[in-house]
Design a protein around this ligand. Structure first.
Ligand code: SF4
Length: 502
């Protein structure tokens, strides 16, 4: 190859993060092998088009000939003699500068008083350094193409926006002017350094947090010096399970693990319980909890909610990132020990599920019995919000509040298992009471979801406009299985508490 491929926004992003990452990607490109490109989320694209109704859109080019067409399309739009209506812009404008950089600009529009303004769109409420680098590069390329860039910035999600419905997203984005900070970005110098790096030898690995930031480096698995990020949590007998301050205290007086402590040296009954459990290698459950658990009236309902906060709201009356419930899972036990399971998943595309969520929940929970949740403040708050939204359901929803029992509070004061490693999170407790359950959400990666899906990402995939029926079915099954596993954990925890002291 006589000429190396043109530089792109992704090249700059990699080079600023790690020279080796940039070098590996560029040499892969030179060999004609594919390198992952950053793609903007599809829902943002829909909202952007709605925010710029008079925009010209340039389709994302994939091949060199498509790039030529895309650039011609961009230049034709910019050359037009027609009057440009207010709100006009080019979405995905493609430009190539004579110093061999090729970029696709999210929004390129006319500035008041002449010249152009350009914006990078972020699926976030704040931008970061990498966004400023990108806007600096785009400004450099547009200027090298002979355009007067009068405005440059970010379009960020405005959390005050309330979606009125009907696809109207005017006001979803807020502009952040980056011109005052762009001068400190020496783009021409960076491009020289990138060329120099590309021609040189393979740079040494410089492992660090940058290897795992964002979506992570695509070469992390093969980069031998690069260690995986530390797993969350601590070793079961680490002093850190007692909390940072307590661990520091015990280290200063010579202890190196929980085994070096005497239980009576600790003041807090909770920490005493943790130390006892670790030293005896078995869980500790206070017998007094049995009477508390047996006192919870039947029918007992083990309840879990799943919620989502979407950057681009799809239900009218909601805001970006507002916490919205989409699934509840409930296992109920009658006084004679019979268990039944019920479930609700909002899967009607486009319609607001909150009312159906509230109505089905009220039917499932009835008017009697304890409602057992873990970190119950979360469920309480969602029920309170539902009551605020639906006046007619408010009395019944409000009547649920005094029935709610927080198993987290009870577990914290009565239970510790060594595998919890100092954490009372739902996952830690699940490891203790239901070790055979895999609490990760499982979905076939071939369906287009990322490697480690969450309930939220699977729900977003299911709700994607035009999503294929088999994918929707698979998502539904994955979410239901996830909800069911969570109620199993609550049932096991209840069982552990009732049997305490037996
Ligand atoms: S894994 Fe880390 S050190 Fe290796 S290329 Fe990627 S970012 Fe650089």
């Amino acid at each position: 190859m006589l000429l190396a491929p043109l530089f792109s926004t992704d090249d700059l992003r990699r080079w600023r993060s790690c020279e080796r990452r940039f070098w590996l990607a560029r040499h892969r490109l030179q060999r004609g092998e594919p390198v992952a490109a950053h793609e903007p989320p599809a829902d943002l694209d829909v909202a952007l088009r709605a925010s710029f109704p008079h925009a010209d859109t340039v389709a994302p080019p994939q091949t060199p000939s498509q790039w030529v067409q895309a650039m011609r399309h961009t230049l034709d739009c910019l050359d037009s003699d027609e009057h440009l209506p207010e709100g006009w812009a080019i979405l995905g404008a493609c430009l190539t500068s004579e110093d061999r950089v090729q970029v696709r600009i999210d929004v390129l529009g006319a500035a008041e008083g002449g010249g152009l303004r350009l914006y990078k769109v972020r699926h976030a409420t704040v931008g970061d350094d990498s966004d400023i680098d990108t806007v600096a590069l785009w400004t450099h390329v547009a200027a090298r193409c002979g355009f007067a860039v009068q405005g440059a910035g970010l379009l960020l999600v405005n959390t005050d926006f309330v979606y009125p419905g009907h696809g109207c997203y005017a006001g979803l984005f807020r502009e952040v002017d980056l011109r005052p900070v762009l001068g400190a970005r020496p783009v021409a110098h960076w491009l020289d350094s990138m060329r120099h790096c590309e021609r040189g030898a393979e740079p040494a690995a410089t492992p660090g947090p940058h290897c795992h930031q964002g979506e992570g480096c695509e070469f992390a698995a093969s980069c031998k010096a690069c260690q995986p990020p530390p797993a969350p949590g601590h070793a079961v007998d680490s002093l850190d399970i007692l909390g940072r301050e307590a661990a520091a205290h015990w280290r200063t007086i010579g202890a190196s693990s929980v085994h070096d402590l005497r239980v009576e040296q600790l003041e807090s009954p909770r920490l005493q319980r943790a130390v006892r459990a670790v030293q005896q290698g078995a869980p500790v459950i206070e017998p007094a909890v049995a009477a508390i658990a047996r006192g919870w009236p039947h029918p007992r309902h083990c309840l879990r909610f799943d919620t989502i906060g979407m950057a681009v709201p799809v239900w009218s009356g909601t805001r970006p990132y507002q916490t919205l419930p989409f699934q509840w899972s409930c296992a109920s036990e009658t006084a004679d020990g019979q268990w039944t399971e019920q479930h609700f998943l909002a899967d009607g595309q486009g319609s607001d599920p909150r009312r159906a969520f509230a109505q089905t929940l009220l039917r499932a929970l009835g008017t009697e019995g304890a409602v057992l949740a873990y970190n119950a403040g979360f469920e309480r708050n969602r029920i309170r919000e539902l009551a605020q939204w639906f006046d007619d359901l408010a009395p019944a929803l409000d009547a649920l509040q005094p029935r709610i029992v927080d198993l987290f509070q009870i577990a914290r004061e009565h239970f510790y298992h060594p595998v919890m490693a100092g954490s009372w999170s739902f996952r830690s407790v699940a490891r203790a009471v239901a070790p055979e359950l895999d609490m990760d959400v499982r979905l076939d990666p071939a369906l287009g979801e990322r490697a480690n899906p969450t309930a939220q990402s699977v729900y977003a995939l299911m709700q994607k406009p035009g999503q294929r029926l088999p994918v929707r079915h698979a998502c539904r099954e994955a979410l239901q299985a996830h909800g069911q596993r969570e109620t199993v954990v609550l049932r096991r925890l209840l069982d552990v508490m009732e049997r305490a002291g037996d």
